[in-house]
Design a protein around this ligand. Structure first.
Ligand code: GSH
Length: 215
């Protein structure tokens, strides 16, 4: 059976949980607590699984795959139905661009180790750190809202009327933004797509608070 190394609050893990659910794939959940014991992602056992010391990692047939976007594309190749990416090349490029606007332009700037560096090394206080967090989300979401609203390819979901790769990235990022009380009034399209996604079991069941390691 597939194994997923995950942390309930990790938005990159949340993306993969949604993708697995959309495809109806069963998996066993291996918790990696990012704060306990100095961060279990840094333990030598886990470093052997994922040298980047990040979650998620998917194990399939003894192969360890890191990076949530790579994992989701791997799942799409190995279990093509239902597809996470559109059939046409232009559509695939658009879906990847939307997903990467979140996964490459927002998320890395707000990752735990970045926040820890801001706090521990640069001595930023909580308020300034939260400002940093909201700043990068707002900038990224502003771009994303425009990309979505300007395109006739936006449907019920980020691309058309079936959920896909970009939606798998969007919902966890919105969840993070809500945790840090980021104002979302300026992003009606993102909020509309969020409602459509959360009405689906695949998204609802992947929520952080429903995971076995949720505290
Ligand atoms: N680009 C990676 C990002 C993975 C990542 O940053 N994971 C976070 C949790 S969302 C993590 O493990 N952070 C641990 C740390 O910062 O020490 C992916 O998409 O999988």
């Amino acid at each position: 059976m597939l194994q997923l190394y995950s942390y309930f609050r990790s938005s990159a893990s949340y993306r993969v949980r949604i993708a697995l659910n959309l495809k109806g794939l069963r998996y066993s959940y291996v918790p990696v607590h990012l704060l306990k014991d100095g961060g279990q992602q840094h333990a030598s056992d886990y470093q052997r699984v994922n040298p980047a010391e990040l979650v998620p990692t998917l194990i399939d047939d003894g192969h360890a795959i890191g990076q949530s976007l790579a994992i989701m594309e791997y799942l799409d190749e190995t279990h093509p139905e239902p597809a996470l990416l559109p059939r046409d090349a232009v559509g695939r490029a658009r879906a990847r661009a939307l997903a990467q606007t979140i996964a490459c332009e927002i998320h890395p700037l707000n990752n735990l180790r970045v926040l820890q560096y801001l706090e521990r090394d640069l001595k930023l206080d909580e308020v300034t750190k939260a400002d940093w967090y909201r700043h990068w989300i707002t900038l990224g979401f502003t771009a994303l809202e425009k990309m979505l609203i300007q395109s006739p390819d936006t449907g019920t979901f980020c691309h058309g009327d079936t959920p896909g790769l970009a939606d798998c990235c969007l919902i966890p990022q919105i969840a993070n933004s809500r945790r840090f009380a980021t104002p979302l009034d300026a992003f009606p399209t993102l909020r509309r797509i969020e409602s459509a996604c959360l009405a689906l079991d695949a998204f609802a069941k992947a929520a952080p608070q429903l995971q076995p390691d949720a505290v």
